[in-house]
Design a protein around this ligand. Structure first.
Ligand code: HEM
Length: 432
């Protein structure tokens, strides 16, 4: 019988190269990339409060997401995200998960999403209407506004514009609570300072639930499905917060990275704008015309490759697991890295360069090397939603404004999603 070894742990040189990358580039992702280069496709990180087995590459992805998925749990009782989302669909397993996903699916299905296009355009316009004819704006902030308005309007029929200001801080604080931080080193120590933000958010969501119940439920949206399916308001709150966070922070990240990239690549920007002008002209985006924006689609895909908003998936080993000669102990935290896989030299030519032509029609990727929405039965429930939303919002911006990006560097920030920090300032000018 083959003897199984524990996943290797970085020692001297590998640890040092990760530390050097961390100090030089000031981001955790650089350290993770350095470890991957030195250690290979499976290794274990050993911080005091955080010691996951990291798995990279198509074989690992296929195993975690599909062939070996029964070995893993999504719920980790010690994670901040579980403390925040409680019994949200993102952090439950088994029959409980299947039932919830089944309940919510109709509101995120392709046909349902098609009916949201008009609301997506209107929500984008709500933000763009406030942009002056000429100014400088931080797209990280502006795209968050758009993503929040789109999500609240389509999923819950809530016009969030008047609440944006009041709810901004509680939202940001809750996002910080679930982002990597010193808790990775402290482990399960109490983390004071977040209760107020949690209460404010909960109060807001409970008001939404009460209002909808008083209106008799259905309104052809996710909130309607939830209040009709569950009597327990806490359970509805858990799903609302899950969708609010998972559904807007990811889009914020994606849209901002696209704008950052086209700001740095004028030829790509010109080609995208020409396509929008040719296909949409002055017509608002609709299902038919956005379906023809092939180049814009390629740009979105390539952005998701380089900067996947959800850059990893986290699991817990439900039992001892044997994978490629290694034994992963029951209870271990396991992560599969979308970011590292999507930049592997073995599968991507010049993996760090931005090249939307990689996604030209007819070009195929090796299975499980491109997975910005995960894979298998627990892939992203918002996939169809995002496909449409990203095109509607970007097309609308390009239609209405000229954008120019002063040459500023951003670094990758591992928050709840992967963000360009300190932000993406762009000069905007209304198109005549
Ligand atoms: C750019 C946009 C988005 C990206 C890149 C993205 C990415 C992902 C990824 C990678 C996963 C699987 C993670 C894993 O395997 O651990 C996931 C799951 C999920 N996503 Fe998204 N997502 C996006 C948008 C959305 C939207 C718009 C919604 C909701 C409206 C949403 C809701 C969810 C939920 C609830 C799950 C968990 C599904 C389950 O466990 O059954 N996402 N997403």
């Amino acid at each position: 019988m083959m003897s199984l070894s524990a996943p290797p742990i970085p020692t001297g040189p590998a640890g040092l190269s990760a530390l050097r990358a961390l100090l030089e580039e000031r981001n955790l992702m650089a350290a993770l990339s350095a470890l991957h280069k030195q250690m290979g496709n499976i290794f274990q990180i050993t911080l005091p409060g955080f010691n996951p087995v990291v798995m990279v590459g198509p074989e690992a992805n296929r195993f975690v997401l599909v062939s070996g998925r029964e070995n893993f749990l999504w719920r980790n009782e010690t994670d901040p995200v579980t403390a925040l989302l409680q019994r949200g669909v993102l952090v439950v397993d088994g029959a409980e998960h299947s039932e919830m996903r089944h309940t919510m699916n109709p509101s995120l299905h392709k046909q349902a999403v098609a009916s949201y296009v008009e609301a997506m355009v209107a929500a984008t316009d709500q933000v763009l209407d406030k942009w002056p004819a000429e100014d400088e704006r931080d797209m990280l902030v502006e795209m968050r506004k758009v993503a929040l308005l789109v999500l609240m309007q389509t999923m819950f029929h809530v016009d969030f514009e008047n609440d944006l200001h009041r709810m901004w801080k509680p939202l940001m604080k809750n996002l910080k609570f679930i982002s990597p931080g010193l808790w990775l080193i402290w482990g399960g120590m109490p983390r004071p300072g977040y209760q107020r933000a949690r209460q404010q958010m909960d109060q807001y969501l409970h008001e939404m639930i009460t209002t909808r119940r008083s209106q008799g439920g259905a309104n052809n949206d996710l909130l309607g499905l939830l209040v009709e399916s569950y009597e327990d308001d806490e359970l509805v709150r858990d799903q609302l917060l899950t969708m609010l966070i998972a559904g807007h922070d990811t889009s914020t990240s994606l849209l901002t990275w696209v704008l950052n990239l086209i700001g740095q690549h004028p030829l790509v920007y010109e080609r995208m704008r020409a396509e929008v002008d040719q296909i949409l002209g002055v017509k608002a985006p609709n299902l038919e015309n956005i379906g023809k924006l092939d180049y814009l689609d390629q740009v979105v895909k390539e952005t998701l490759r380089l900067y996947p908003p959800i850059h990893l998936g986290a699991r817990v080993a439900a039992q001892d697991i044997d994978f490629q000669g290694h034994r992963i102990q029951a209870g271990a935290r396991v992560i599969y890295s979308i970011y590292l896989t999507q930049r592997m030299e073995a599968y991507w030519d010049q993996p760090d360069s931005f090249n939307p032509d990689r996604f030209e029609a007819g070009k195929k990727q090796v299975p499980y090397t491109y997975l910005p929405f995960g894979g298998g039965p627990r892939n992203c429930i918002g996939f169809a939603f995002t496909q449409i939303e990203a095109k509607v919002v970007l097309a609308r911006i390009l239609q209405r404004f000229d954008l120019h990006r002063p040459n500023q560097k951003v670094h990758l920030h591992m928050g709840a999603t992967l963000e360009p920090r300190p932000g993406v300032k762009m000069q905007i000018q209304a198109r005549k």
